[in-house]
Design a protein around this ligand. Structure first.
Ligand code: C2E
Ligand code: CA
Ligand code: CA
Length: 262
């Protein structure tokens, strides 16, 4: 057995334990409306601090969950924790938030996941329209798009994540009911210094707006990027300039004392 195979099996076994032992947490990163300067949403991101392995990054454990058939269990945990956190936060904050949840391609075809998510919402009297389900372009390649439309029909908003890095962006935009485009952070990182990233970002915002989509820029780290994105009429931003993703208590504190850094 190769070292990498052994490592991957060790991670898989630890992840199974983590799912059973409540080791997965959900962190929250605010999204800011550029016109008002106020926070209006948040993306929730899975975090895993393993008792045996320490912190394991999502880029490592999400693919393991997908390959080991654990993804829908992980998604259910993340979604349930997100709903629980939402209803326990002060209503003045909750009512301002649209919440973005990441889904994997495998989730969309998972029998029963949509019904379970709706049942979870019903339990807490939350509406699906309060949620944006984020899918990457590469995930769309492996997906039954009719099943994806089922999530939209049930009332969820759909966001196309990492936009600009996949293969068939324009064709998907034409056929699928996306409400939100998220410009990939690799473009934002080069603003305002690299002309091609500025031009691409400009074009994505123009096109997205014309299609009636809301545009979110992720990975915003500098004031210069905010100035550029405001001028280009991008709707929302998120990134380390505001804060890294936070555990729920710190997120609520952040919202309560929020002051725009720009
Ligand atoms: P993503 O959905 O593109 O999430 C954005 C990533 O950028 C997050 O990494 C976030 O912490 C990071 N980020 C936020 N602001 C900045 C910034 O200003 N600069 C930079 N350089 N990075 C920033 P994270 O949390 O490590 O997640 C990595 C990926 O793992 C996510 O990428 C997403 O694809 C996946 N992921 C995380 N949680 C979940 C989940 O619950 N379900 C699924 N299916 N995937 C998840
Ligand atoms: Ca995302
Ligand atoms: Ca992204």
């Amino acid at each position: 057995m190769t070292d990498s195979r052994r490592k991957s099996l060790q991670l898989e076994s630890a992840l199974r334990d983590a799912l059973a032992n409540d080791e997965i947490q959900v962190y929250w990163q605010p999204q800011i409306n550029l016109q008002s300067g106020e926070f209006v949403g948040a993306e929730v991101l899975a975090r895993w601090e393993s008792k045996t392995l320490g912190w394991v990054a999502p880029d490592v454990f999400i693919p393991i969950a997908e390959n080991a058939g654990l993804m829908s269990q992980l998604t259910r945990i993340v979604f349930a924790k997100t709903c629980n956190a939402l209803i326990s936060m002060p209503s003045a904050i909750r009512e301002r938030l649209k919440v973005a949840v990441n889904l994997s391609a495998l989730d969309i075809s998972q029998p029963g996941l949509l019904d379970d998510m709706l049942a979870e919402l019903h339990k807490h009297a939350l509406s699906p329209s309060r949620f944006e389900l984020e899918l990457t372009e590469s995930a769309l390649l492996d997906m039954d798009t009719q099943q994806l439309a089922g999530f939209k029909d049930a009332g969820f908003c759909l966001a196309l994540d990492d936009f600009g890095t996949g293969y068939s962006s324009l064709a998907y935009l034409n056929t699928l009911p996306f409400d939100v485009l998220k410009i990939d952070k690799s473009f934002i990182a080069q603003i305002p210094h690299e002309q091609s990233s500025c031009s691409l970002t400009h074009s994505i915002i123009q096109m997205g707006r014309e299609l009636g989509c809301e545009i979110v820029a992720e990975g915003v780290e500098t004031v210069e990027q905010v100035v550029f994105l405001t001028k280009e009429q991008c709707h929302k931003v998120q990134g380390y300039l505001y804060t890294k993703p936070l555990p729920i208590d710190e997120f609520v504190d952040y919202c309560e004392s929020y002051q725009s850094p720009v």
